[in-house]
Design a binder for this molecule. Structure first.
Ligand code: F6P
Length: 368
């Protein structure tokens, strides 16, 4: 009798709410196909150390509701080297594991691409599929990554609370949100919270331009016939100036230019890792479950070096095809994903140019 096939599941990089839904779906689907399922503890660090734990359906019971990742995660600089990846490949071979599913963001998917490169694999059999999970929404060729929706909801809830106290005191708040180099969370939540200004790296503003934009927003609000009760500014963490320094420079300008009064008093709030935690939203639970399902189906079908993606409008771009298992999901070539990710984070993708253009167009409208 042929030994059962096995698949290892791994979460890597910054955790994202909904990762557990993907782990659960992948475990259940692979187990139902008669495969042995292993969880790798703490990402590529655990993979290099051979930290495999068997996963049965009972082990994933109820985890769909939980934030973070039950497998643990890590950042693993050793994976950037050939030697670091050789150690990981040896650990998989020693356990007889020929299938690997990685749930993570752009660094994790780049690691998976390198780990499965034919020129490094030699005669070792290793089939891999990735699932995009990062609150930053900076992975190419997927409309959405796991964790983004929950992060947006967390930011909106926090800003709604901040708006209460800001309105009570007639203050201006600058709220910094995570996202690394991507302004996606800042842009979307800026709209969803009714913010007066959104600051993000992709706009290419200099530090002086950023300070000017904030001062102009506050002064404009103060001059309105009916001034707003509060000014809310959302700043993406990728904007080069720190939020504290921005406040200091804005305060200096306001005290020189403007008489005391409402909206002139500024406060900052850096939401930090709060944005990454919490129970996943219904959408992230569904997204994790559907992408986990599609990813395992691809492995079962003998496919490799793909990423399960959330299908966006229009025909699939080159290197992407609609999944036979779910018409809302596609399977994208891992190399093409990484190329598009580089364009997204480098600012030269049409999508990023469109977002920047739209915000330039609506900036004055948001201020009015
Ligand atoms: O990539 C996800 C993310 O949360 C980014 O938004 C943020 O810049 C980074 O990870 C923080 O990483 P760490 O938790 O390692 O400090």
């Amino acid at each position: 009798m042929m030994p059962a096939k096995s698949v290892a599941l791994l979460t890597s990089g910054g955790d994202a709410p909904g990762m557990n839904a993907a782990i659960r779906a992948a475990t259940l689907v692979a187990h139902a196909a008669g495969w042995r399922v292993y969880g790798v503890q703490h990402g590529y660090v655990g993979l290099r150390a051979g930290a495999f734990v068997p996963l049965a359906p009972t082990d994933v019971h109820g985890i769909v509701r939980e934030g973070g990742t039950v497998l643990g995660s890590a950042r693993c600089p050793e994976f950037l080297t050939r030697e670091g990846r050789d150690t990981a490949r040896r650990a998989l071979a020693a356990e007889g594991i020929e299938h690997l599913l990685v749930i993570g963001g752009n660094g994790s998917l780049a690691g998976l691409h390198a780990l499965s490169a034919p020129e490094e694999l030699g005669s070792q059999r290793l089939l891999v599929v990735g699932v995009p999970a990062s609150i930053d929404n900076d992975v190419g060729l997927t409309g959405l990554s796991i964790g983004v929706d929950t992060a947006m909801n967390t930011i909106v809830e926090a800003c709604d609370k901040i708006a209460d106290t800001a309105s009570a005191h007639g203050r201006t708040f600058i709220v910094e949100v995570m996202g690394r180099d991507s302004g996606y969370l800042a842009m979307t939540t800026g709209i969803a919270t009714g913010a007066d200004l959104v600051l993000f790296r992709e706009s290419g503003r200099t530090e002086d331009d950023v300070v000017d934009a904030v001062v102009r927003t506050i002064e404009g609000a103060r001059l309105r016939a009916v001034p707003p009760k509060r000014v809310l500014i959302i700043k993406a963490e990728g904007v080069a100036i720190t939020t504290e320094r921005l406040k200091a420079r804005v305060d200096e300008r306001l005290s020189a230019n403007t008489e005391a009064g409402l909206l002139k008093e500024t406060r900052v709030s850096v939401l930090g890792h709060i944005v990454r935690g919490g129970r996943p939203s219904a959408l992230d639970r569904l997204l994790g479950s559907r992408l986990g399902f599609v990813a395992v189906k691809a492995l079962l079908a003998g496919q490799t070096r793909l990423m399960a993606a959330w299908h966006t409008a229009g025909p699939p771009p080159p290197g992407v095809r609609v999944s036979a298992s779910d018409p809302h999901c596609s399977l994208a070539d891992l190399g093409a994903v990484l190329e598009e990710t580089r364009r997204l984070t480098g600012g030269d993708s049409p999508l990023v140019r469109w977002r920047t253009h739209v915000f330039a167009e609506i900036e004055d409208i948001l201020r009015s």
